[in-house]
Write a protein that binds this ligand. Structure first.
Ligand code: EPZ
Length: 418
């Protein structure tokens, strides 16, 4: 099992090119199932998850390829109408295959995604809306079996009882080929959802977004067009927090600050200085990191849950009864016991973590537990004296392209060990 070893204390001084967004790439790659023809989708990060999704699409019978950072679609027609457990259990995001697949084919089955370290990862919001679109849903032997009799899905007027990125993506994709006009309310509007909509509209869909309402006018068919995926705002935010925590100086290239407006305001209140170099290059530094008062994770445009663990780590040596409240996932504090191994002073009551300043942190052997938690361990290791060994780094490889090479180039003492 691969590990990563970091010698602390260590800081970031240099440049990092931000990769394409994992969470925009996955639904966009899946959405090609809806369309005819072929295309090149560029700026796809070469990650465990994107490579894995290519293998799922190939298993379904699609003629696709993944060269460096380009996803090549020769034909998105599927032969096999089932996404199997061995795949789905390893990447919950694959549940959004269901919407496009049942919209194109009259029967499709997909393994229940099951829970994971950050929560139950329910799919009730997906299934309830698909049922309203005229799909017969049954659950058998750990699979969701979806069937429809009619030629096309019904368009629907639907208000999601809870905001969900995946459910919004699944249903808007299913509605692109439905009969008539669908109006979806209380939708997720993360930049990754908007990027999916922009790709589908380029392929001939008719989708409009107004506040949290998405209106989709069903079309007869979609035709694939080339596309470039947006930069990864969560990767960018992770490196910015690592720079703040270690008083470094970082220049990010291929970065769009408009996707992180609220977090950057919070970070500037904590002492971050930002300098614009060009349209997509920005320099960040932080001479004195001030204590965070209190932050709650919210759906976009609020503070992202995917930057919660990294924010906690960055505050370990400057907090003063700082509070972080996790409102999106019911179990997203698995990194707290691992951060305590460095000597961090953290307490959890319900959905709230309270961070108290620790003057000295010391390297430790720790275990990555999910993609974003594992980056918080990197930040803590860089703030600590001595050697840190991070186990199960496949979690990092799922979400951070070449993270060790990018950090090493910025002077961080990090190496990957077999
Ligand atoms: C997406 O997951 C992201 N993953 C997550 O990023 C991100 O943390 C999450 O959105 C929230 O922003 C991808 O885009 C691949 P949700 P998703 O449906 O769609 C509950 C990462 O590290 N819910 O918005 O699965 C759910 O349990 C990953 O890159 C239901 O109750 O998240 C959660 O509490 C981690 N029923 C909340 O809604 C449902 O049917 C938000 O989940 C669906 C969701």
């Amino acid at each position: 099992m691969q590990t990563v070893v970091i010698q602390g204390p260590s800081t970031i001084k240099g440049q990092i090119n931000i990769s394409g967004s994992k969470n925009a790439s996955l639904p966009i790659m899946i959405s090609t199932l809806l369309a005819e023809g072929n295309c090149f989708i560029n700026n796809i990060p070469n990650l465990r998850d994107t490579r894995f999704l290519v293998s799922i699409l190939k298993d379904l019978g699609c003629r696709v390829d993944f060269q460096k950072n380009t996803f090549v679609v020769k034909s998105s027609a599927i032969k096999k109408k089932s996404a199997d457990y061995e795949y789905v259990r390893q990447m919950r995001a694959s549940i959004v295959i269901l919407g496009p697949a049942i919209s194109k084919y009259k029967k499709f089955k997909i393994a229940l995604p099951g829970g994971c370290s950050i929560g139950t990862r329910a799919i009730d919001l997906h299934l309830d809306a698909l049922t309203k679109m005229g799909i017969k849903i049954s659950i058998k032997n750990g699979y969701v079996i979806a069937e429809r009799k009619k030629n096309n899905l019904n368009s629907i007027n639907h208000k999601f009882p809870k905001i969900s990125v995946g459910a919004t993506q699944n249903i808007l994709m299913a509605a692109t080929l439905a009969d008539g006009i669908s109006k979806l309310k209380n939708c997720a509007i993360e930049p990754e959802v908007v990027d999916l909509i922009n790709f589908l509209n380029k392929c001939g869909a008719n989708i409009k977004v107004k506040n949290r309402t998405i209106t989709i006018k069903g079309v007869d068919e979609l035709n694939l067009e080339d596309y470039k995926v947006i930069p990864d705002r969560i990767e960018a935010g992770s490196y910015i927090l690592a720079t703040m925590a270690t008083k470094g100086r970082l220049r990010l290239n291929n970065f769009n600050p408009n996707d992180l407006t609220f977090p950057l305001k919070i970070y500037q209140d904590m002492g971050l200085k930002i300098k614009k170099i060009s349209q997509s290059s920005y320099e960040f530094n932080c001479k004195r990191l001030k204590p965070l008062k209190k932050i709650s994770t919210r759906e976009f445009p609020g503070y992202p849950t995917d930057l919660q663990a990294q924010l906690i780590a960055s505050q370990l040596k400057s907090a003063q009864k700082s509070k972080v409240i996790e409102n999106i996932f019911e179990n997203r504090f698995i990194h707290i016991p691992e951060l305590r191994r460095f000597g961090a002073n953290l307490s959890i009551i319900g959905k709230t973590v309270t961070i108290n300043k620790t003057l000295n942190l010391f390297g430790a052997e720790v275990m990555a537990t999910d993609i974003r938690a594992s980056f918080s361990l990197i930040i803590a290791a860089m703030m600590s004296k001595g050697t840190t060994v991070i186990n199960r780094i496949y979690h990092l490889d799922r979400g951070y392209e070449d993270f060790d090479l990018k950090l090493k180039k910025c002077g961080v003492n990090i190496s990957r060990k077999k």
